[in-house]
Design a protein around this ligand. Sequence first.
Ligand SMILES: [Zn+2]
Length: 307
Amino acid sequence: MIPAGVDEGTTIPISVIHGTRTGPTLALVAGVHGYEYPPVTALQNIRRDLDPRDLTGTVIIVHIANMPSFLKRTIYYSPVDGKNLNREYPGRPDGTVSERIAWAITTEVIEQADYVVDLHCGDGNEALRPYCYWMRTGNPELDEVTRDMVIAFGLDHIVIDDDRPDDPQQSTYTSNTALTRGIPGFTTETGGLGLNDAASIEMAEAGVWNLMRHLDMVEGEARMQSGIVWLDRYEVVRSPITGIFRAAVRDGYAVNEGALLGTLLDFFGNEVGEVHAPFAGIVNYVIATPPINEGEPVAMVSHIKPE
Ligand SMILES: [Zn+2]
C-alpha cells in the first residue's frame, strides 16, 4: 500500500514465500514498466508452482511494481506524475507516486534481499530480442556473483554495462539499487510490444527456476548457459524529431556500421530523416509502432565482444 501524498496513492501486490529451510532471500520484481506483461505472468506462475516445502530461504515477488502505469496501459511514464519509475531509485518517502513506489521497493524489498532480479521486456512499442544486462560495479567479488546469476538465468545475449551510477543515493534503476548496496542484482528482458506470449513467459519462468537451482534454493542441478553472445558496449539511438518512425530492421538483426535502422516521417507521411547504426552490432530492440517523440529511443544497438 502506497498512501496518498502529494498525489494519489496506489497498491503493490507482493507475495512472500518462506521455505521450510532457512536460506537466502531472493527478490523478483516485475511490472516496473506497466506495459511489460510476460514477467508479470511468469512470476504469477512461480507463485502458483513454488511449494514452500521445496524451498530453502525466502522468495519475495513484486507482482506489479507500477500499478498506475499497468492499469492505465502507459509505456515508460506513470500516468500520474509523468515519471519513469526505473529512473527514480532509490526514491523518496515524500515524493510523487513514482518516487514513493521506488522508496517502498528500495527499503521493503531490495534492502531486505540477498539477491535481486528486475524482470522487464520491450515496452508496448518495442520489438525486442531477449537479453540480460550484467552491470559491473568494479567490485570483483560482487561482479562475479552477479555474472554467474545472469548466466544461470539462461538468456544467450548478455549486455555488459559499466555505466550505471555508483552512488546508492542516485542508484536510478531497480537492479542498480541492489548493486550500489552491495547486493547482487541484474535485469532481464524477455518479450515486447505489449504481448503476453507463452514463449516470453516461459523464458522468464525457466530463468527464475534455474536461478533458484543455481542459488541452491530449490533442488536440482542448474544448467549454465553456454555459447553466450557477450555485448561489450551499447548505444540507445534516439529520435531527433517528433513524428513517425518506420523501422527498417527487426529485433535481433545484425547490422553494419551506418546501416539504416529506420526512417523518420512527418504526420503527412513525408520522409524527413533517417536513423543509422552507430557501429556494427546486434539490434537489441527497435520501436515497431509509429509514434516517436524527440529524444526517445528508436533502437538499441550493441557491439559484439570479440572472443
Ligand atoms: Zn522495462
